[in-house]
Design a protein around this ligand. Structure first.
Ligand code: GLY
Length: 364
């Protein structure tokens, strides 16, 4: 079997990329006829960690681990574990908003550049850290994606602890959403209830909007090795069983150790239909800067969005998609369909949020 053992996986994190980097710099690698181009690693500005806007704590932790010599995948997964475990982040892991039946179903994927490994879970119920289960799928099975009951069974077999991950606050937001679905059903909104707003009492800052909250985190280490992770509770109040882009390799995440790492947040259906992350890696392979590659994928999404229900009065998408990209040299960028997005980056200038590029300006 060609698959790396766990011990090999841990070793290659530190060593395989050095080989690739040395090969590039010395020009010692023979080129096969028709071989796909790779980015040269010369001028490497790594380590660099990037993440979605909610990922500043993830980039901080991942950089700390990279600087301590950790493997790039372990670093980014440990980073997003902080957000997965945070009940205040309603788009990820513990505290994530549930599906239409009030059940939290989580999606996640990981890719490890040096070993070309990939693992993912979808519609996983009852575990705070789906990214860890996705990593276990990569390391301990010959598969890439496990879903639903099978993913849960696997997680239990691997020793992950099943927990109630629906927080009281997320449950009450779901009750609000359900009560507002139809005036003709028997669920009362706080306004309809004789109890008034004291019924659920959670209409404060909550505007009733549905969300695609997600965290993506990608890193390139000092040797030029890349990894990435995307993890989410998906679209709030989704149809049970709905799977977004986050666990779909090539959509919500793609890593090619010769080129770069890309992830997405926002409307998963659009990232899936465009194979967005894969497309961006391919554009970077052929020389586009990360931000320009992200913008190109977004232009494609805009062009392909023709359904009336998804367009605003000006004919533009009424949703957002964000892409985040870092290449093998440590150059990074992010872009969104709509203005106002930011992304987290930790490089030689420190840990901060930067503005994402965009295609369309929101009216202020
Ligand atoms: N991008 C997250 C989702 O659509 O589920």
């Amino acid at each position: 079997m060609d698959r790396p053992t766990r011990r090999e996986f841990l070793k290659t994190g530190a060593l395989a990329g050095l080989g690739a980097l040395g090969g590039d710099l010395l020009g010692a690698r023979a080129t096969l006829a028709g071989e796909v181009p790779r980015l040269a690693s010369a001028g490497l500005a790594a380590p660099v960690v990037i993440a979605s806007r909610n990922g500043l704590r993830a980039t901080e932790r991942a950089m700390e681990l990279l600087e301590a010599g950790s493997d790039s995948l372990e670093a980014v997964v440990a980073g997003v574990n902080i957000v997965e475990g945070d009940p205040e982040d309603r788009g990820v892991g513990y505290g994530g908003l549930p599906n239409a039946l009030g059940v939290v179903q989580l999606d996640a994927s990981v890719m490890h550049g040096p070993t070309r490994g990939a693992g993912a879970v979808a519609a996983l119920e009852g575990f705070k850290h789906p990214s860890r289960v996705a990593m276990a799928v990569m390391q301990y099975t010959d598969h890439v994606l496990l879903v639903g009951e099978g993913a849960k069974r696997f997680a239990l077999e691997m020793g992950f602890k099943e927990e109630n991950i629906l927080t009281d606050s997320a449950r009450r937001r779901w009750l609000d959403w359900r009560a507002g679905l139809s005036p003709d059903d028997d669920y009362l909104t706080p306004e309809q209830s004789e109890e008034g707003v004291s019924g659920f009492g959670l209409l404060d800052a909550w505007e009733g909007r549905r969300r695609y909250g997600t965290i993506n985190c990608c890193a390139v280490d000092a040797a030029g090795n890349l990894s990435g992770v995307t993890t989410t509770s998906g679209l709030s109040f989704k149809v049970p069983g709905r799977v977004g882009d986050s666990p779909i390799i090539g959509a919500g995440l793609y890593v090619d150790n010769d080129v770069g790492a890309v992830g997405s947040t926002g409307r998963g259906e659009a990232a899936i239909k465009s194979c967005g992350s894969m497309l961006i890696v391919e554009r970077m392979r052929h020389g586009l800067a990360p931000v320009d590659a992200c913008l190109e994928a977004l232009r494609r999404i805009v062009r392909f969005t023709v359904e009336k229900r998804l367009l605003d009065e000006d004919g533009h998408p009424n949703f957002n998609v964000n892409f985040y990209a870092v290449n093998k040299r440590g150059e990074h960028g992010a872009a969104a369909i709509w203005s106002g997005s930011r992304y987290a980056v930790y490089d030689s200038k420190g840990n901060r949020l930067e503005d994402s590029a965009y295609l369309l300006e929101r009216a202020s």
